[in-house]
Design a protein around this ligand. Structure first.
Ligand code: ADP
Ligand code: MG
Length: 823
């Protein structure tokens, strides 16, 4: 049906524009006495009365529909103006008004504008409600339309009062027997509870309202019949319902007489929405119903018609109607599982736009001008031989894939996925050597200063150990370096005196000039926003694009990787260097501190080193910092003959660096740290990792932390100390003790937490914010959407043939997935 409103308005636009122009021309013809007169008459005359009548009829038909207030206002005005014309007396002012009124409805995206308006545009939504919605992230009319019910309450079976059971949700009809206000004093505050005893022939039950009793009391009046719905609780020896939903219905006798169950329709399935705080669920349902009535028809679907037909899907407007106002025959379980055809339509619509965006970005990226290096040169191979170890097969394969990409005249877009310790650094070095051999530069961006420093050190060590074989000049650039140093490094970069620079986002802040940036590597660890990632590989001054390589240590389940990195090619280092022994993982709880101390003591006796890691969560930063400090003091007291160092994000770079270096050189035995050491730190002598408050970490993080020990050939051990935990975190921690395979851990994590929390980085712009679809639940539909989207983009890379879809993709994903270059 949504299409017909478009078709109607489109036709109306054409007809009314013709009428307006004719009126205008005729009016001009009257006012002037030169040749245009004849032309004006001609136009006016060309418009047959039948066309006009049809247009007016169409307008009336449109006005019969439920429409957004202002659209209705505009059309009603138009109707008046059209009617105000008098035959033989054309008026220029009237013509202008008619054209002005109709013009916006011919513009592309007029319906999107209506849907994109603030919720305050809806009748019944004042500033206060709009605020409440906004706090839930609901700002536009379309947000409300697409807020789907989280469950459906089955009111088809209306029980008798005698049948309702404690602990269950019940719907029943009962008569109000007694109403009462009860004064209470709870926590020193006075309050008034409104309560009602209701019942039928069989039994009675009490209803209570702690808030809002005044308005409830108007409906809940002795002798009235109510349809009541809510959770039944036990109260002493009887049952009660707190804040049930009630609706006045005719008494059974009246209903029989009138033959109607009244407006309460007890036979319904009622959609339950996540209501903002303080908003009555019924009010919310009403508002959503209104929005669906007036705006549902305005939502356009974008799926190709053949797909809709093939899968037997309803139109978007129909789907919204079905989900928001389910009819009594629905399969509630199917609806709650998001598995109805209506759900499928909306899920696919959402995924399709996302996948179109990703496919556009991919197609755009592969067509950009890049910098082809001569990848047949021998330098990379020579450098590989100069490394202190032999590349694993997986490393060699990935280096080969990268070099092949670098040899092409279009920018590479590749993701290298490799578990902690799989040797990504060596891969980066060998790629950089290939680039430097052709005179180009490589930049590696790390998410934190500590990591950048660590990378820099690792690189420097590896390169030094390779001697002549690894001819790379490296540099470090972070914001906390002394100004003069920053200036010096920037100067060297501009002159081409640095081949390989490592840094933080300082690399993309301000205008950093590279002599010849060929390869931009982002060591991601899920901390960068897509935008920052893109900034490093933005166009160079000469208009060409550097090659782009993302390295990640988090094994991402394939389903998620395909969506997160839909436009990247994938390389996987699926093999660890030989000789690593699997790490043993021990789960301890609060109160087992002595075990932890014993394990530390054992490790120190063997002359091995220990990490103790504390979480550093923003909200409780200070508290956590204090516990890290206290812990380091406690440990220092317990092991007076050992040096204990503490690193955290608040330390000066130099101090941090010194502490890290002492630990790396084995001068300190214990490093107490906040998660700033999470990844990248490489100390072969460390064999014990103690993770405090392990329940606060994600599995992927725990896995990375655990990967920090046992890197020197000795067996590593990891102690997870859980201090208070939920069912979910229990499951997570148990999964950690069962496997060391990063991919299996990632799958478990995704399953336990769901994709939204999986990366723990919603705010960093990683995971596309899906409104309805769920990457895990809808993984099969993700594949469908991707295939269809890629096919579409292969044929029409810029969606020139589908301007509305193109607009929708840009509006929804343009910022989040950087479609700026798509044009
Ligand atoms: P990642 O960054 O993937 O976690 P690194 O690049 O830091 O891993 O490498 C981890 C450790 O393994 C380093 O000490 C590195 O020197 C070593 N290493 C890398 N590749 C090999 C290899 N092929 N054989 C032996 N050791 C290796
Ligand atoms: Mg690394």
């Amino acid at each position: 049906m949504s299409d017909t409103l478009y078709a109607e308005i489109d036709a109306l636009h054409r007809a009314v524009t013709a009428i307006g122009r004719a009126e205008e021309a005729a009016a001009k013809g009257l006012g002037e006495s030169k040749p245009p007169r004849a032309a004006g008459k001609a136009v006016a005359a060309k418009l047959p009365a039948k066309v006009e009548a049809a247009a007016l009829e169409r307008l009336e038909r449109i006005l019969d529909r439920t429409l957004p207030k202002d659209l209705r206002g505009r059309l009603a005005k138009l109707q008046k103006r059209l009617g105000a014309r008098k035959a033989g007396k054309p008026r220029a002012d009237l013509a202008r008004e008619i054209l002005e009124l109709i013009d916006p409805l011919g513009r592309a995206g007029w319906s999107d504008e209506l849907l994109g308006r603030s919720l305050a545009a809806l009748p019944g939504v004042g500033p206060k409600r709009a605020d409440g919605f906004a706090r839930r992230g609901l700002e536009r009319v379309s947000d409300l339309l697409f807020m789907l019910p989280i469950r459906y309450e089955d009111r088809r079976r209306v029980s008798g009062v005698g049948d309702i059971k404690v602990g269950q949700n019940a719907t029943f009809v009962a008569e109000v027997k007694v109403v009462d206000w009860v004064s209470t004093r709870r926590g020193g505050r006075f309050g008034k509870i409104f309560q009602a005893v209701v019942g039928d022939d069989d039994a009675i039950v009490t209803l209570k309202w702690f808030r809002g009793g005044e308005s409830i009391a108007k409906a809940v009046v002795k002798g009235r019949w109510l349809l009541i719905s809510g959770d039944v609780r036990r109260y002493r020896f009887s049952k009660e319902l707190i804040h049930p939903e009630v609706e006045v219905v005719p008494s059974p006798v009246d209903a029989e007489a009138g033959g109607s169950a009244g407006r309460a329709e007890p036979g319904r399935v009622v959609p339950i929405f996540p209501a903002p705080e303080g908003m009555n669920p019924r009010t919310l349902r009403g508002l959503i119903g209104q929005a669906v009535d007036a705006h549902g028809d305005l939502v356009q679907g974008h799926l190709p018609a053949w797909l809709v037909e093939e899968r037997g899907l309803p139109s978007v407007a129909a789907a919204l109607e079905m989900l928001h106002r389910p009819d009594a025959g629905i399969d509630v379980d199917q609806y709650e599982a998001f598995a109805s055809p209506a759900h499928e339509r909306l899920v696919l619509e959402e995924l399709y736009l996302l996948e179109l965006g990703l496919a556009m970005r991919r197609s755009q990226a592969t067509q950009r001008p890049g910098i082809a290096i001569d990848s047949t040169r021998p330098e990379s191979r020579t450098a590989a031989k100069a490394l202190p170890f032999k590349l694993t097969k997986a490393q060699a394969r990935v280096v080969g894939e990268i070099l092949a990409d670098l040899g092409r005249p279009h920018p590479m877009n590749r993701l290298v996925q490799g578990d902690v310790g799989s040797g990504k650094t060596a891969v980066a070095i060998l790629a950089a050597v290939g680039v430097a051999a052709c005179g180009g530069q490589t930049a590696l961006m790390a998410p934190t200063e500590l990591l950048a420093e660590q990378h820099f050190r690792t690189l420097t060590n590896m390169i030094e150990s390779g001697g002549e074989g690894i001819p790379l000049r490296v540099g470090l650039l972070t914001a906390s370096l002394p100004r003069a140093e920053i200036k010096r490094v920037r100067g060297l970069l501009a002159m081409g005196e640095i081949d390989f620079v490592v840094g933080t986002h300082a690399l993309v802040a301000g205008e950093i000039e590279f002599k010849d940036l060929v390869l931009a590597i982002v060591d991601e660890q899920h901390r960068f926003g897509v935008m920052q990632r893109a900034a490093l590989s933005a166009a160079r001054p000469d208009g060409r694009f550097p090659h782009h390589l993302v390295m990640t240590a988090t094994p991402i389940p394939r389903s998620l990787a395909m969506t997160l990195y839909g436009e990247l090619d994938l390389s996987v280092i699926d093999e660890l260097p030989p000789g690593r022994k699997p790490i043993e993982t021990i789960l301890l709880r609060a109160g087992e501190g002595q075990r932890v101390m014993d394990l530390i003591s054992e490790t120190l006796t063997r002359n091995e080193q220990v990490y103790v890691v504390y979480p550093l969560v923003e909200e409780s930063e200070k508290m956590d910092l204090r516990s890290a400090i206290e812990s380091s003091e406690r440990i220092a007291r317990a092991f007076p003959e050992h040096r204990v160092d503490l690193v955290h994000g608040r330390l000066e770079t130099l101090e941090r660096q010194q502490a890290m270096e002492r630990f790396a050189r084995g001068e300190s035995s214990i490093l107490v740290a906040t998660t700033v050491i999470e990844v990248g730190v490489d100390v072969p002598g460390a064999t014990l990792m103690v993770i405090e408050h392990a329940e606060r970490f994600g599995l992927a993080q725990l896995h990375q932390l655990r990967g920090r020990v046992g890197r020197g050939g000795e067996r590593g051990r990891c102690v997870l100390v859980a201090r208070g935990s939920s069912e979910k975190s229990e499951a997570r921690l148990r999964a950690m003790t069962k496997t060391v395979d990063g991919f299996r851990i990632a799958d478990a994590d995704l399953e336990i937490r769901g994709p939204g929390d999986f990366l723990g980085t919603k705010q960093s712009g990683h995971l596309p914010e899906l409104r309805i679809a769920d990457l895990l639940r809808d993984v099969l539909l993700v594949a469908v959407a991707r295939n269809v989207a890629r096919g579409e983009i292969d044929e029409d890379p810029k969606l020139s043939k589908l301007p509305a879809t193109r607009r929708a993709v840009k509006a929804r994903w343009g910022k989040r997935i950087d479609l700026s270059g798509v044009g």
